[in-house]
Design a binder for this molecule. Structure first.
Ligand code: GTP
Length: 573
């Protein structure tokens, strides 16, 4: 596999790993942010709901306390049969009734069980003594429980069977020192409380209030409310602990409630303390914010469904931006990698293969940067050096070949063409003569009695004589003519183009030149016999050579040192 797909795979793997890591980090960070936010929200919501509950209750509780603490009521409660005191007490109750928000009150006396009550419609004016409570009557057991518990103040959610409404009762003990004389207070319609405080419109937020036992007192669904909680035994109560799914959550809630009851406030200016715990209710996870309301000995519990309030998908845009940034960064990385490394390396490889295969034409290579640029530079220089050395080598080979060729066609003794060299020239000349339709001349020269020179003067002198004839021939002919040593003591001269006159005069010049200018040791001179002929367009090499040879034979036969020129067929002396 080449580098490109490898890097592509690596990049894809990097994208996957980075995305997985980013997703995990995102989930953790998002969960952390949501949790922090949820805790804050829970604290705020709990304080807000607490304030909303206490605001209307505070006044009613204060008034109920005042009623229970009233001198007039207490005096009468000590002497309930005193009609005068009863009239005063009823007047006192009536004035409190007008001040209670519910415009109703109740006063129950322990000794007699007399239960006094009037409502907003002033329905029982003159008949405020409604009935007598009985310890053995279940509907009245709330009264006897409150007295038995000796709690000065108690909130009780209980249906009023007589009025057919469910009320939040504020019960305050009437005391004379340690002696309990009865219970006084007022009631608030529960529906209004549920509507205003507990039935929060915001989806994902559930608020409930529970008493010191965890029994649910206010909840949006009245079916869960633990009515007349005070008269129920442990285990029968409808508590918040029953709402949560696990034992661990139950313990967390109990611990938190105990902790809050021990230290309900954080600091004077920060209001009530709120503890947050994650709990599961019906399989769903909620963040529970718990606060203790010492004024009424209740707990407020706000359940936040964080998945509804702050779904993880609300962070989706962050994730999308991150994913796009990641993809763009990796695409850019790939692009830069291709541009800076892979493409130049691939071009370099192609160039190397071309050089390996002997293609030395100049290379078009990308410029590249850094190490890659230097590598390309080094390769270009190397390729240029190879190119230049190869050119030089080829030049030298051509030179040597040319030299060898020359050597093969040159006679080393005289420096003239040898038979092979002349043959090539003759064949070329025959073609040219045919093409251009002209004649050319051929002169055949043979040294007379050369054997005797060798025999009498020695072989070296023979060589010298041959060289001297060669020099003379070179000096006698025109630059474009060609003189050659045909073999032994025979020479041929090619004259091109040439007519009969030129042929005759040049042949004679050679013959007389040799006779006149070449001397041998002693008194001996050197002479040559010459046979010359004209070659005509269409003549073959054999024909021409034969014609010249015939002329030479004639010159030899006629006594040597003479010239025989042959026209087409005639031989001229
Ligand atoms: N010194 C020398 N002698 C050579 C060379 N090549 C051939 N010869 C001799 O040249 C002589 C040629 O003699 P021939 O052609 O037979 O006859 P000639 O003596 O010239 O007599 P004619 O040709 O009849 O005049 C021979 O003796 C060869 O041995 C050479 O390179 N150097």
């Amino acid at each position: 596999m080449t580098l490109k797909p490898r890097f592509l795979l690596l990049t894809a793997a990097l994208i996957l790993v980075a995305s997985a890591a980013a997703w995990l980090a995102f989930e953790r960070i998002a969960a952390g942010i949501i949790e922090q936010w949820g805790v804050r929200l829970a604290e705020t919501q709990v304080r807000y709901d607490t304030a909303r509950l206490l605001q209307p209750l505070d006044r009613e509780i204060a008034l109920s306390r005042q009623l229970a603490d009233s001198q007039v009521i207490r005096r009468w409660a000590l002497n309930p049969t005193d009609k005068e005191l009863e009239t005063e007490a009823l007047a006192e109750m009536e004035s409190f009734r007008r001040n209670f928000q519910d415009r109703s009150y109740f006063v129950a006396l322990l000794d007699s069980g007399a239960y006094y009550h009037n409502n907003a419609a002033d329905e029982f004016s003159g008949q405020q003594l409604r009935y007598y409570l009985k310890p053995d009557k279940p509907a009245d057991s709330w009264f006897y429980q409150i007295v038995a518990q000796g709690r000065d103040f108690h909130l009780n959610v209980n249906p009023d069977e007589e009025l057919k409404v469910t009320k939040l009762w504020i019960d305050v003990l009437i005391r004379d020192g340690d002696r309990i004389l009865g219970v006084a207070g007022t009631g608030l319609e529960l529906d209004r409380f549920i509507r205003d405080i507990v039935r929060v419109k915001q989806p994902g937020i559930t608020t409930l209030f529970a008493d010191h036992n965890g029994a649910i007192q206010l909840y949006r669904d009245p079916r869960y409310i633990d009515f007349a909680s005070i008269v129920k035994r442990e285990g029968e109560k409808n508590t918040v602990f029953r709402m949560v799914d696990t034992e661990a959550d139950r313990q967390h809630l109990q611990q938190a409630m105990l902790e809050l009851a021990r230290a309900p406030a954080v600091a004077a200016d920060e209001g009530s303390r709120v503890i947050s715990r994650f709990v599961k209710v019906e399989g769903r996870e909620y963040l529970a914010g718990i606060a203790y309301l010492p004024e009424i000995d209740w707990y407020e519990i706000t359940l936040l469904d964080l998945d509804v309030l702050m779904p993880v998908k609300s962070f989706a845009s962050v994730l999308v931006i991150f994913a796009i940034t990641l993809l763009a960064a990796l695409a850019l990385f790939n692009l830069v990698l291709n541009r800076l490394v892979l493409d130049p390396v691939s071009a370099l490889e192609t160039a190397m293969l071309r050089v390996r295969d002997g293609d030395l034409t100049p290379l078009e290579l990308p410029r590249g940067k850094g190490e890659i640029g230097r590598l390309i530079g080094h390769f270009s220089n190397m390729a240029e050096a190879v190119r230049s050395h190869t050119r030089e080598l080829e030049h030298r080979v051509a030179e040597r070949t040319e030299a060898l060729h020359r050597l093969a066609s040159i006679d080393p003794l005289t420096g003239l063409h040898n038979r092979r060299g002349l043959n090539e020239r003759l064949e070329a000349e025959i073609s040219r003569a045919l093409r251009e339709q002209h004649t050319f001349g051929l002169i055949w020269i043979d040294i007379d009695l050369f054997k005797e020179i060798n025999d009498y003067l020695g072989h070296a002198m023979g060589d010298e004589a041959l060289a001297a004839v060669g020099r003379l021939l070179t000096a006698s002919i025109r630059p474009y003519d060609c003189a050659a040593r045909w073999g032994g003591d025979e020479f041929l001269v090619l004259l091109s183009p040439c007519d009969l006159d030129t042929l005759s005069s040049l042949s004679e010049r050679i013959r007389s030149g040799v006779e006149r200018s070449i001397e041998l040791p002693g008194d001996n001179g050197l002479t040559v016999s010459i046979g010359a002929c004209l070659a005509y367009p269409g003549d073959s090499l054999e024909t021409i050579l034969h014609r010249a040879d015939q002329a030479l034979y004639k010159a030899k036969a006629e006594g040597r040192n003479r010239l025989c020129v042959s026209g087409q067929h005639a031989v001229i002396n």
